[in-house]
Design a protein around this ligand. Structure first.
Ligand code: SAM
Length: 244
């Protein structure tokens, strides 16, 4: 893409934000130039996996990633890499967040479940696309911090829960979209059950710390699921007490 075309896209995104078409209304112009540079640098990982959804790019441009990383690591917030958030966990690399969000293909009518709240950043990105975001984190201090952080940033519609996301959120099911941001050894059957007909799930699958694959699971109107392997990835493992 030429520099002129990139500039046009950013100008277009800017216009949309000024017009208030990106929600929720989180006015944080802090470090906007760094976010712009990051979003402009996000391309994709393959010709058929380009990051080209304008709504996803607008969401990435809007959410202040530096507010989701620990104080001492804020200088890394706008690099395209994962950043440690404590307890052996990370906030995912921006390219991965953007790709997973784009693959989920979220619209404003969708009810979305995220497994693996971590810092809350991915949930905030999803909340730019729909008001119905539910997110589960298994590590209590991370769940508590993310809940507070999201509330402080004005994301008061995101529903958070501390618990084992392997089992999903049965009381709120079914979901149009499910994103799992930790690697599962297999696709959890409770999540498959909680996916609506016509729904999509994006999930990394593979051994702990080994070769993992980002998968797209789609469920048709008859309830039949199809699984597509998209690309090799490296995620922290989905943990919990039961064998995964
Ligand atoms: N989405 C996060 C963000 O935007 O910061 C990053 C997620 S981090 C790569 C993976 C997260 O999944 C960690 O916070 C980890 O504690 C959490 N996790 C692992 N197993 C889980 C489980 N069974 N249920 C819920 N969360 C889990």
């Amino acid at each position: 893409m030429s520099r002129n075309a990139s500039a046009l896209i950013l100008m277009w995104l800017g216009v949309h934000m000024v017009l208030g078409q990106v929600s929720p209304a989180l006015a944080d112009s802090d470090r906007q130039a760094e976010r712009q540079a990051l979003v402009q640098s996000l391309r994709g990982v393959a010709p058929d996996l380009m990051i080209d959804d304008p709504n996803v790019r607008a969401a990435m441009l809007h959410v202040p990633r530096h507010r989701f990383v620990p104080d001492g690591l804020q200088n890394q917030a706008y690099l395209d890499r994962p950043v440690p958030i404590g307890h052996g966990q990370t906030i995912s690399q921006p390219t991965v967040v953007a790709l997973m969000t784009q693959l989920a293909d979220v619209d404003s009518t969708h009810k979305v479940l995220e497994v693996g709240t971590g810092s809350g950043y991915q949930a905030a990105i999803l909340a730019q696309l729909t008001d119905q975001v539910y997110t589960i984190e298994i590590i209590e201090p991370l769940a508590r911090d993310a809940r507070e952080r999201l509330a402080n940033l004005g994301y008061d519609r995101i529903r958070t829960r501390q618990g084992d996301g392997y089992y999903g959120w049965p009381e709120q099911a079914p979901f149009d979209r499910i994103l799992v941001t930790a690697a599962a050894a297999h696709i959890p059957s409770p999540l498959l059950e909680q996916l609506k007909p016509g729904g999509r799930m994006v999930i990394p699958v593979g051994p702990r710390w080994g070769a993992q694959t980002l998968m797209l699971v789609t469920k048709d109107q008859a309830g039949e699921t199809t699984t597509e392997s998209l690309l090799p990835v490296r995620f922290v493992p989905l943990t919990g007490e039961t064998p995964r």
